[in-house]
Design a binder for this molecule. Structure first.
Ligand code: PLP
Length: 490
C-alpha cells in the first residue's frame, strides 16, 4: 500500500475525540453525522463480522427509530402554524418493508411509484386514504389497481388521464385524482412533470363531461431543495384550486412532493474546505480524487452534480420558512393562505425521512496497487450499492478492523474499488487514509445510506446477488425479505 505524500492531505486536520479515533478518513475528511445505533454497530467488530458471515457482503442494516424524530420535526413546524398537514413517505427512496411499517405506525402515508409498490402497500394493510400514486409513467394495471381500491392517482398528462377515464368507464364510482401541476412561473425551471393549470382546466372542461374525475388535490414535485420555489408553487396550486371550485370540484389538499433537505455532515468548514481543495488541485493529481475527478465542479463553487451533503436549513426549519413565505400578490403567508381556504398541505419526503435509518457494511477482499503503483482497497461490493444519481457519495466510511495481521500493519491510503469488471469501478471517487492500515477481512461501514444510496440504482449485473436487507433490534436481526419474498416479511 502507498503512503500519503500528497500536498492536499497535510492541510486538513481532523478533530479526534479519544472515543472515535478514525481508522479511515478522506484525504480531505468529510465526517458523517452518526446515529447512536450506528455508533454501537461500528464499535462492535464481533457483531459486524457475524452479520457479514450470516448475510454476505455488502449488507444493508436498518434501524427506523430516526424516522420518528424526522417526522416529529416536520409536524412541529406545521403545528406551530396551525395548518392541516400530512406526510407521505416516498417509497422509492428505500425498498424495505420495515420502512413502510414505520411510516404507517407513525401515522404517515406512502407515496408509491409503481404497480408493485402499490400492490405491496395494499397487501401490507396500508389504508387507501394513506396512499397516493405518483408514478411518472403508469401502466394500465397500476391505474386499474388504484381505481379498484380508490387510491388517489396523481395525473401527469392527457394521454394518461384519457386512459384513466376509459378504465373508470367500467366502474360506477368517480375516480379520485390529484392534478400534477407544472408551474407557469418563469422563476421555476422547466419540468417534464405535470401540465400547466390552463391545460388541466381545459382538459376537464372538454374531456371529462360526465364528471368522472373527482379532483381531490393538486400535486407537484420540484427538482432541488429550494423552499422559495415550493412556496411559489403552493400559491399557484391554491389559485388553481379556486378555479376548480368554480367547476364544481372540491380539492382538499396541496401536495408539495419531496426534496425536503437534510444534512449528512455537521462541519460546514469541512464541506467548504473539500471543495476549495478540489478546485486548487493540479490536473492529474490524485491526492483527493481518482484521476483528479472534479465531481462536476468547474470552479470554486460546489458542484450541482452531487447532493449538498452539508445544509444549514433542513426539515423543520425549512418547512417553517416555506410556511412563513409571503405571497407577493396578497402579502399573506403560505400558512395563512392554506388556513383560510381549509386546504391540507401534504409532502412526500424520501431522503430526509430516511435520514439516520440505514448503514451499509462491506468486507475488504484485497489490497493491491494499480499497475502504476496507486494503492487500491478491493471490496466485496459494487458501485451501484452505495450510490444515487449524484456523481459521488461524499461521506467518509468507517473502518472496522476485523481482518488479520493488525499488528504488522502500516499507515496507508488508497481508493475503494468494487466487483464490476470495469476500470472505473470505484465504490467512492475520493481517496482515503488508513492511519492504522487496512487489510483483507476488515469491514468498511458506509454511514446513512438508507435514503436512496443502498437501493435506487443497485443492479445484479455479473449475476452478483443484491445485498440483503436486515432490520436491527438490539443485537437481533430480522431479514427484510423484499428481494426474495415479494410482499412478505420473513
Ligand atoms: C422522488 C420523489 C419524491 C421524494 O423526493 P426526496 O428528494 O427523496 O424527498 C417525492 N415525490 C415524488 C413525486 C418523487 O418523484
Amino acid at each position: 500500500m502507498g503512503t500519503t505524500n500528497s500536498a492536499a492531505a497535510g492541510r486538513f486536520t481532523r478533530e479526534s475525540s479519544p472515543l472515535t479515533q478514525p481508522m479511515m478518513h478522506g484525504t480531505a475528511p468529510l465526517t458523517a453525522r452518526l446515529e447512536p445505533w450506528m455508533e454501537k454497530v461500528i464499535s462492535d467488530p464481533d457483531l459486524c463480522q457475524e452479520l457479514i458471515k450470516q448475510y454476505g457482503s455488502p449488507l444493508n442494516l436498518h434501524d427506523y427509530s430516526s424516522m420518528g424524530r424526522n417526522i416529529a420535526e416536520l409536524r412541529a413546524a406545521a403545528e406551530a402554524h396551525e395548518i392541516d398537514f400530512q406526510i407521505y413517505l416516498a417509497r422509492k427512496a428505500n425498498k424495505t418493508l420495515g420502512a413502510i411499517d414505520k411510516a404507517i405506525a407513525e401515522g404517515c402515508g406512502i407515496d408509491v411509484a409503481s404497480f408493485h409498490e402499490l400492490d405491496q402497500c395494499l397487501n401490507r394493510g396500508v389504508p387507501t386514504e394513506r396512499l397516493i400514486v405518483t408514478a411518472a409513467v403508469k401502466s394500465a394495471a397500476l391505474l386499474r389497481l388504484a381505481v379498484e381500491h380508490g387510491v388517489v392517482i396523481s395525473l401527469d398528462n392527457v394521454d394518461e388521464a384519457t386512459e384513466l377515464l376509459e378504465i373508470a368507464g367500467e366502474s360506477e364510482q368517480r375516480v379520485a385524482v390529484a392534478l400534477r401541476l407544472a408551474s407557469d412561473n418563469p422563476a421555476i425551471p422547466p419540468t417534464r412533470f405535470g401540465l400547466k393549470a390552463d391545460q388541466w382546466l381545459s382538459f376537464l372542461e372538454q374531456a371529462d363531461k360526465p364528471g368522472k374525475l373527482k379532483v381531490d388535490g393538486i400535486h407537484f414535485h420540484l427538482n432541488g431543495y429550494d423552499g422559495s420555489q415550493r412556496a411559489l408553487l403552493v400559491a399557484e396550486s391554491l389559485e388553481l384550486i379556486g378555479d376548480l371550485r368554480e367547476l364544481g370540484q372540491e380539492p382538499a389538499f396541496v401536495d408539495m412532493g419531496g426534496g425536503i433537505p437534510m444534512s449528512y455532515l455537521d462541519d460546514e468548514n469541512q464541506w467548504a474546505g473539500f471543495w476549495e481543495a478540489l478546485a486548487e488541485l493540479p490536473e492529474g493529481d490524485e491526492s483527493l480524487t481518482w484521476k483528479s475527478d472534479r465531481l462536476g465542479a468547474s470552479g470554486p463553487e460546489a458542484s450541482s452534480a452531487v447532493y449538498p451533503f452539508h445544509q444549514k436549513v433542513i426539515r423543520g426549519g425549512w418547512l417553517q420558512q416555506v410556511l412563513e413565505t409571503k405571497d407577493s400578490a396578497t402579502q399573506k403567508t403560505i400558512a395563512q393562505m392554506l388556513r383560510e381556504r381549509g386546504i391540507q398541505l401534504r409532502c412526500e419526503p424520501g431522503r430526509s425521512l430516511l435520514d439516520g435509518c440505514g448503514l451499509t457494511l462491506a468486507e475488504v477482499a484485497f489490497t493491491k496497487t494499480r499497475s502504476d503503483g496507486a494503492p487500491l482497497v478491493g471490496l466485496h461490493m459494487n458501485r451501484t450499492q452505495c450510490r444515487s444519481t449524484s456523481a459521488d457519495f461524499l461521506l467518509d466510511p468507517l473502518l472496522i478492523p476485523t481482518g488479520s495481521g493488525r499488528q504488522e500493519r502500516e499507515p496507508c491510503d488508497g481508493f475503494l474499488v468494487g466487483a464490476y469488471c470495469i476500470e472505473e469501478e470505484l465504490i467512492l471517487r475520493r481517496r482515503f487514509e488508513f492511519p492504522l492500515g487496512v487489510g483483507k477481512g476488515d469491514i468498511v461501514a458506509f454511514p446513512n445510506t438508507g435514503g436512496y444510496l443502498m437501493h435506487i440504482i443497485e443492479s445484479a449485473s455479473h449475476q452478483l446477488p443484491l445485498a440483503k436487507n436486515v432490520r436491527l433490534e438490539g443485537r437481533e436481526t430480522i431479514l427484510d425479505g423484499i428481494d426474495e419474498a415479494g410482499a412478505s416479511l420473513r
